[in-house]
Design a protein around this ligand. Structure first.
Ligand SMILES: *Cc1c(COP(=O)(O)O)cnc(C)c1O
Length: 386
């Protein structure tokens, strides 16, 4: 089976982890700040907080942005459930903004229209908006920033798919337009630490909150204490935080992986261009790219013209799997999940994403993929749909 995505671990990665195992630290030691500095420098951002996974990063980002019960967070329905669940963790509500049918990202026009409608009807405006850089392509961040300035919401960018991507020539993660940007280092993503995530920001206040929330809300820094120190052992819990720490083993792997980020993304871009070419004569839509963006290509998604093909997406999916091609579907729209159904969402509310979901198929793309692997995917697809 050619998987839809897979990690790339080399000898240097293995050495980095075994070196960490032989060191004095296993959980957070010197490797964590080294990894944070490596990512921050690469992304041209001031602060980085490494955590256990991106879901934890989204959770503490919502807390740092002071999202509370009574507030509402808006995100895209075309994402992994974690981008929405983070609001529920803090007792806030969730709403969705439909996608742009070309990029499959949150549609900035739909966001603007929903903001206008909310203001006009005296409805709730969002406190936090979570744009997701779907498949590795940045959202229209400048437009979302302008809307944030006008309507007073904070921007929590879920860039779990997009480390190594650029927007208008600056790296995703720079937080030029976002208050906080989050990365995931799950093995199917661009760079892995096994499990891992990171929250990035240029705001020193948000940074200090994120750093505290990662480790129980405890500080050993006198400057952050409310009372007198009892002595050198003294620490204070000043927030209700969590144990969301990353280990040194994971961070050592992350720093080693970051040395190859550019190689990973270059190969993904090359494979994406090759797919574009190889699929150009077939009854499928290849992923459109906005000229302001340079995707990291976490995923390569085609939309099937089921009428022209004479087969359903499900039939194509099953035939591809039977042919040994690990196709997948990203994503089941979050508002169609039963949990969100209980919150009042239902089919028909976000028609663009629902139409997209009926036609979408993720085909394999990963840094280690060979041209021969890719040719096998294309041949299998041709056999299935022609
Ligand atoms: C993978 C992913 C997450 C969650 O990442 P974890 O590190 O597994 O917690 C969140 N949002 C998006 C868009 C993702 O793809």
């Amino acid at each position: 089976m050619i998987p839809y995505g897979r990690q790339d671990i080399d000898a240097a990665d293995i050495t980095a982890v075994t070196d960490a195992l032989k060191s004095d630290w296993l959980t957070t030691g010197p490797a964590v700040p080294r990894f944070e500095e490596t990512v921050a420098r690469r992304c041209n951002v001031r602060f980085a907080v490494a955590v256990a996974n991106a879901t934890a990063a989204l959770h503490i980002a919502c807390l740092a942005l002071e999202l509370q019960p009574g507030d509402v967070l808006w995100t895209t329905p075309n994402t992994f459930v974690a981008s929405a669940n983070c609001a529920l963790y803090v007792g806030a509500d969730v709403d969705f903004v439909d996608i742009d049918p070309r990029t499959y990202n949150m549609c900035a026009d739909a966001l603007a229209a929903k903001l206008v409608a909310a203001r006009a009807s005296g409805g709730r405006l969002p406190k936090v908006v979570v744009p997701v850089d779907f498949a590795g392509q940045s959202c229209d961040m400048a437009r979302i920033r302008m809307l944030a300035n006008e309507y007073g919401f904070r921007i929590l960018q879920d860039a779990s798919h997009a480390i190594g991507a650029e927007y208008r020539g600056t790296p995703v993660g720079s937080c030029r337009d976002a208050d906080i940007t989050v990365f995931s280092f799950h093995p199917v993503k661009i760079v892995t630490t096994g499990e891992g995530g990171m929250a990035l920001t240029n705001d020193p206040v948000l940074y200090s909150r994120l750093a505290l929330l990662r480790t129980h809300g405890i500080t050993r820094d006198v400057a952050g204490m409310t009372g007198e120190s009892h002595g050198p052992w003294y620490y204070e819990q000043v927030y209700l935080g969590y144990n969301y720490r990353m280990t040194d083993l994971q961070a050592a792997l992350g720093t080693s992986q970051m040395a190859r980020l550019d190689v990973f993304v270059a190969r993904r871009r090359e494979l994406a261009r090759r797919y574009d070419r190889l699929l150009s004569q077939m009854p499928v839509a290849t992923p459109w790219q906005h000229p302001d963006t340079n995707s990291a290509w976490h995923l390569y998604i085609i939309r099937l013209d089921q009428q022209a093909i004479g087969k359903s997406r499900r039939q194509v999916f099953e035939a591809m799997r039977a042919a040994g091609i690990g196709v997948n579907v990203h994503y089941i729209p979050v508002h169609l999940q039963p949990w969100y159904g209980k919150l009042g969402f239902s089919a028909g509310m976000f028609p663009e994403v629902e139409r997209y979901y009926e036609e979408a198929l993720t085909i394999p793309l990963f840094a280690r993929m060979t041209d021969a692997d890719q040719d096998a995917v294309v041949t299998a697809l041709k056999n299935v749909i022609q």
